[in-house]
Every structure is written in structure tokens, then in C-alpha cells.
Design a protein. Structure first.
Length: 241
């Protein structure tokens, strides 16, 4: 027994079979990195497939004070004599809006000699006096007819009312003298006149007076006129037309 070596029976230290703490941390960190990378790639891929919002939905609403887009309006040159009706096709009422005796009758006769069909000749029905030259009253359907009459009464004011027919009223004012002669009216209607069309245009119609269908027909106001008829002494009561 003396030859037995002492210490042979001490147990040897056992090596741990599991991973160390550092290895576990490295593995967890790697998994987190891989997960984050995969998640980011998935988001990018799905984002490319998502529908983009429309421009109209994303754009802010238009401010109420912003200017509206103007409606189209085109202007062309026409010869009124080629687009307006003939005087024989136009029915005219002649009304005296002054105290001058016989003014409506004289003017109605001149318009009849020019070819117009005269209907009623009397004092103005509403009794309203006109201090200006005259008014040419018409409805929406009688715009062309009124434009033709306006060439014979070039200093008159065009007035649109709500009538449904194509008749035209010539209402004579305090400054009225005589109508234009047939030669003067024909010369004016032979000159090209601007005509507007489109929803953005003011009402004027083809062959209407210029400018903007509200002024004096071209060259008509500058044409020589006959001498004004002498005014009669007004009576204190409304006189006959």
C-alpha cells in the first residue's frame, strides 16, 4: 500500500456543456438585428404596393376668395345686314313718353315707310316719362329684331324685358328728334360689326350694336341727321300720341 500515490482519488473539475453568457448575448443580439432587418424590408415591399392618395383628396380646398375661371367668349366680325331680319318681318309698337303732341304718330309713319310693320301707336302705357333720346324695348326672343330697329334709332338705349314674343317697342324720349334715314341705316348695317358668342359674353347677338351690344351702331351716331322738328307747346294734361 505504500506505493499508492496520494491524490489520485480527487475528482477532476467538469467542463460546462452549455453556452456561455457571452454567447447567449451575441445570439440574442444577432436575432434582434435580423428581425429588424426583415421587418424593414417587409415594410418597404408593402409600401410600394399601397395605393397613393389622389391629388384631389390631398390638395387643400380652394379658398372662397380666389378668382373664378372666366367663361369662354369669342368675338367675330359680321355684317349686320346679312344676319338681321328684314324690316317687313319686324313688328314695332311706338310709344310717346313725352308731352310732345303727335310725336309717336310721326315716328310710326317714318318707321312704316322704312318697311317696319307698325302695331300700336300711343302714349307710353306705364306713363313714365323719358328724359333721354329713346328706348328700344324687347324680349329675349326679339333681340335680332331690336338690333335692327336700333340702327334706325341709334341713340336709343336697349332695354330687355320679360315679354315672350318678338315685338319691339320704340319709346320716344324728351331728346328724340327723328329716326335715321334708310340710307343712313343701310350704310351702318353694311359695315362689319363685332358679334360675341359664348357663355362668358354679354347679351348682344349677331349683328348687334357695338360696343358690347349696348352702344351705338357703328358709324350711325356720326351720320348726318335731319333737322329736329320744332317742339310744340305742351298742354297741362297728357296729350294724344
Amino acid at each position: 500500500m505504500a506505493g499508492v500515490r496520494v491524490g489520485l482519488d480527487r475528482p477532476r473539475p467538469r467542463r460546462s456543456s452549455g453556452p456561455s453568457a457571452g454567447a447567449i448575448i451575441a445570439i440574442v443580439t444577432g436575432m434582434v438585428v435580423l428581425f429588424a432587418l426583415g421587418f424593414g424590408i417587409a415594410l418597404i415591399t408593402q409600401g410600394a404596393k399601397l395605393p397613393t392618395p389622389s391629388v384631389a383628396a390631398a390638395s387643400p380646398p380652394q379658398a372662397s376668395g380666389s378668382p373664378a375661371v372666366p367663361l369662354p367668349c369669342s368675338t367675330t366680325l359680321v355684317i349686320p345686314a346679312e344676319v338681321l331680319p328684314r324690316p317687313a318681318k319686324v313688328k314695332v309698337n311706338v310709344f310717346n313718353a313725352t308731352k310732345r303732341k303727335g310725336l309717336a304718330a310721326e315716328t310710326a309713319l317714318a318707321l312704316k315707310l322704312a318697311g317696319f310693320k307698325i302695331l300700336e301707336v300711343s302714349n307710353v302705357p306705364d306713363g313714365r316719362r323719358i328724359n333721354g333720346f329713346a328706348e328700344v324695348r324687347h324680349g329675349p326672343r326679339g333681340l335680332k329684331q331690336a338690333n335692327l330697329v336700333h340702327f334706325y334709332v341709334p341713340d336709343a338705349v336697349m332695354v330687355e324685358d320679360t315679354r315672350n314674343d318678338k315685338t319691339v317697342d320704340v319709346v320716344l324720349g324728351k331728346e328724340f328728334s327723328v329716326i335715321a334715314s334708310q340710307a343712313e341705316a343701310a350704310a351702318s348695317m353694311a359695315s362689319p360689326s363685332p358679334s360675341t358668342s359664348g357663355p362668358g359674353c354679354a347679351s348682344g347677338g349677331p349683328g348687334g350694336p357695338a360696343p358690347a351690344a349696348g352702344g351705338t351702331p357703328a358709324d350711325a351716331s356720326s351720320a348726318p341727321m335731319n333737322s329736329p322738328a320744332p317742339s310744340l307747346t305742351p298742354s297741362p294734361t297728357p296729350t294724344a300720341s
